[in-house]
Write a protein that binds this ligand. Structure first.
Ligand SMILES: [Zn+2]
Length: 203
């Protein structure tokens, strides 16, 4: 049919092209088969990733530590210092607290933490245990002094830790400021620029 023979020079190719249906059908079939094969191969490549079931958070979400603070935001600053809530796990910034909560409860974030969105099915024993625990906790009189002491101690420790962190931050800021001032007050530079200080400029 439309097989242009190789040995003819200057063949008339202005006619409407006709394609060899059979040939292309054959090629299409082959391609489909190859794709199917590769799909099977990619599926059988290693076992599927087994992610852990969903677990509850064991830390407090810090939403308001930067509340009411003023901060200079530049587009070139690292993500963690941009405006909004920064997620260090996914390295992204979310614009407000509601979206941040949505994010850390979301599929993408949980996946990054190695968890699926599936919740483990609790056994009867676990439910009973939980009930016992809650009963103990809420029953009057069962609240021992030891419990109280422990809780107070824990709170004190947390408070101390917070104070320590604040102190460290302050120290760092002081250091930065001192370094900046040193640069500012370099006398050689000042002399070069023609600033001799306020007293000497008055004659
Ligand atoms: Zn995240």
């Amino acid at each position: 049919m439309a097989h242009t023979s190789d040995n003819v020079v200057g063949v008339d190719n202005t006619f409407r092209r006709k394609f060899d249906r059979d040939e292309y059908l054959e090629r299409a079939r082959e391609r489909e088969k190859q794709e199917a094969d590769s799909r099977v191969k990619s599926k059988s490549r290693g076992p599927p990733v087994q992610r852990k079931p969903l677990k509850h958070r064991d830390y407090e979400v810090d939403l308001d530590s930067r509340l009411g603070k003023t901060q200079v935001v530049t587009p070139v600053a690292p993500l963690s210092q941009q405006a909004g809530y920064y997620c260090s796990v996914c390295e992204c910034v979310v614009k407000d607290s509601a979206n941040y909560l949505d994010h850390i409860n979301g599929k993408k974030h949980q996946r990054a933490l190695g968890m699926s969105m599936r919740v483990e099915r609790a056994s009867v024993e676990q439910v009973k245990e939980r009930f016992e625990l809650l009963k103990k906790r809420s029953a009057p009189g069962s609240f021992t002094e030891q419990d109280l002491d422990e809780r107070i101690l824990k709170q004190q420790q947390e408070e101390e830790e917070r104070k320590r962190q604040r102190r460290e931050k302050k120290k760092e800021k002081k250091k930065e400021k001192a370094a900046e001032e040193e640069v500012d007050m370099d006398p050689d530079v000042a002399a070069m620029m023609g600033f001799g200080g306020f007293s000497s400029s008055k004659k």
